[in-house]
Each structure stands twice: as C-alpha cells, then as structure tokens.
Design a protein around this ligand. Structure first.
Ligand SMILES: [Zn+2]
Length: 159
C-alpha cells in the first residue's frame, strides 16, 4: 500500500495527457517494452492508468517502476526522459537537459571592454566556455552605448 503522501506525489508527477514509455512487460497481455502510451489518470491507490498507442481499448494500471515519462522539449522538439531542466527565461518552462546546459552556458557568457590607451581604442571582449575572444572594437574610451553598438562588429578597420 502506498501512503497518502506517496499517492499525492504520484498524482502531481503523472499528469493527464503525459507521454510515457513502457520499460518492461507486465504480463501476457503486455505490449513490448518501448511501447508509448498516454496517461489517463492516477487511481485512488496511486497507480497510473495508461492507454497504449495503437492498442485501442486497452487501458492498463501500472506502477511507476514500469514506465518512464517521455517529454518533448519545446525548444529543440526532441523527446527526452529523465528530469527536465527549467528554462532560465521564465524559470518555469521545462526543457531538455541539453537545452538546459546550452542556456546555462549562454548565461555565464561575460562581456567586458579593454581600453588601449595607445590607439585610443576600446576592444569588446567575450568570455565563453573558457575562451576569450575579441568580438568588437571602437575608437575612444569605453562607454556602454558604443559597446552595445559595436558588439559583434569586427570590420576591416581593425587593421
Ligand atoms: Zn531541447
């Protein structure tokens, strides 16, 4: 028997319409492992009702161990299993771990300026994934507007 607390956790995790994949066969009527299905509900004992794709009329009640949730990433459109990452854009949208890592890397991207008194030039530098590169430059001392304007602009003038 599951405790009330466990049941409510299952109810919060396995929601109507979520996609799941069968991990192992559960009996003679079972479709093969890997079959996809859709969650209908969680019953009062904390077991999950699933309707399998392409097997009309068959609804099974399974425990968590028999299935895994398959989510579709709204950014790259790929299906993934396991824990989703939260998008940094709104802290709520669930995205795949790959896109989560990508967003995290973008977030640590650092932009700063280096002023060269010699040529009276400001270089825009960018740190990303342990590499530093010049991503722009302009004449004169650093100021925020120019940094924005010339970011990403490396023209022939550089020479
Ligand atoms: Zn993704």
């Amino acid at each position: 028997m599951k405790s009330d607390k466990e049941i409510s956790r299952v109810e919060r995790t396995y929601l109507l319409g979520m996609r799941v994949r069968l991990l192992k066969r559960y009996g003679p009527q079972s479709p093969p492992a890997g079959t996809m299905g859709t969650i209908r509900c969680v019953d009062f004992l904390g077991y999950i009702q699933i309707a399998w794709d392409n097997i009309s009329g068959q609804v099974v009640v399974l425990d968590e161990d028999d299935i895994e949730i398959v989510r579709t990433c709204p950014i790259c459109g790929k299906e993934y299993t396991g824990y989703p990452a939260l998008s940094r854009k709104d802290d709520r949208t669930e995205i795949c771990p790959d896109c989560g890592t990508k967003e995290a890397l973008e977030a640590v991207r650092e932009i700063y300026t280096v002023y060269s008194q010699n040529g009276d030039m400001t270089f825009i530098m960018e740190d990303k994934c342990n590499t530093t590169s010049v991503v722009g430059f302009y004449y004169g001392e650093p100021d925020e507007e120019s940094t924005k304007e010339f970011y990403g602009k490396l023209t022939a003038e550089f020479e």
